[in-house]
Design a protein around this ligand. Structure first.
Ligand code: HEC
Length: 314
């Protein structure tokens, strides 16, 4: 019965956790705040559990020590020499228990009596570790089912995705609302020289583009942006257009949904300033040579004239 009451207690705790969880889920809207609270409380519960565990271990050790001392006292009172019992490590005890295999010498006791042309069979039971995993997975599936499909405490993948998209849309809208109305596009974009704007361009570049183009523009997954070779044209309009539309089939997304037109103009100008900086370990040239300072060189190179120039830098 004692065992039963333990199970009920555990069950009660689980239900409690799940119901409080759903209360949170209802309280918070597409809430990041509710989530944070949830994690704080969970962290607190976890930390408390750890402390309780540590204290129990210490108490257990103390109890063991007391038992040992008592045994020694009793032995001494009887005039015997106290011999400490041989202690196996918890790990080896665990292994023995988890495998619970019949030792080779005793295999005869579990031999089945049929015999197929000399092939005989042992009546081994399932190893306990296997059974434990099986029971744990059953328990997990019940909790999973309850949490995700019965109580709806946690969002399903699709809901999670939709919530994230909704938040991202809100953020994007808020940022667009903050940004001054701008009608910069690939037709009227101009190279900016104002230091504040270029600094903004650098910020945009470092946080969005550096993973593929390197912080100094030397190129990595994406091409080197510091040489005079361009796959999609090296004038401000072409660069702006490449950033805005991306080259999705080559792995660069369209940045239009993520960056404001001003930011794209700034980062495009920042990139143009990178040309000629000769950073170390730069990627070899790709695309066509573009004379940046030539008169009337503003015509964008046709995008389909993609060819890789194998010549090395310099
Ligand atoms: C996931 C990797 C990745 C990220 C992030 C990325 N790019 Fe690219 N980028 C590429 C690849 C790959 C190409 C080459 C496309 C091709 O081969 O046509 C490219 C090409 C370009 C080009 C054209 C280069 C040329 O030779 O014509 C420009 C300009 C550019 N990226 C700017 C940016 C800017 C600005 C950002 C950040 C806002 C950025 N990229 C972020 C991968 C990336």
């Amino acid at each position: 019965m004692n065992k039963m009451s333990k199970y009920f207690k555990a069950l009660g705790l689980i239900t409690l956790l799940m119901s409080t969880g759903s209360a949170w889920a209802q309280a918070g809207e597409p809430s990041t705040a509710g989530k944070v609270e949830f994690y704080i409380v969970m962290g607190f519960v976890f930390a408390t559990a750890l402390v309780v565990l540590a204290v129990s271990v210490v108490v257990l050790k103390l109890l063991r020590l007391m038992v040992k001392l008592q045994a020694r006292k009793e032995a001494e009172a009887k005039g015997e020499v106290y011999v400490e019992p041989v202690k196996k490590s918890w790990w080896s005890r665990f292994l023995t228990e988890a495998n619970d295999a019949v030792p080779v010498e005793k295999e005869e006791t579990i031999m089945l009596d049929h015999n197929y042309d000399g092939i005989r069979e042992l009546d081994n039971h399932l190893p306990p570790w296997w059974k434990w995993l099986f029971y744990i997975s059953i328990a997990f599936s019940v909790v999973y089912m309850a949490v995700y499909h019965v109580f709806g405490t946690m969002p399903l993948q699709l809901e999670e995705y939709q919530a994230e998209v909704a938040i991202a849309e809100e953020v994007a809208l808020a940022r667009k609302a903050d940004a001054p109305a701008s009608n910069i596009n690939e037709e009227n974009v101009e190279r900016v020289t104002d230091q504040a704007l270029l600094d903004n361009g650098r910020e945009v570049f470092i946080s969005n583009c550096a993973p593929c183009h390197k912080e100094d523009g030397a190129g990595g997954i994406g091409p080197n942006l510091t040489d005079n070779y361009w796959i999609h044209g090296g004038d401000i309009k072409s660069i702006f257009k490449t950033i805005k539309q991306g080259v999705p089939e080559k792995g660069m997304i369209s940045w239009e949904p993520l960056l404001s037109p001003d930011e794209m103009q700034n980062v495009a100008s920042f990139i143009m300033d990178l040309v000629g900086t000769n950073p170390p370990n730069a990627k070899g040239p790709q695309g066509d040579l573009y004379e940046q300072d030539s008169e009337g060189g503003e015509e964008p190179a046709p995008a389909d004239s993609v060819k890789t120039v194998e010549a090395s830098l310099e």
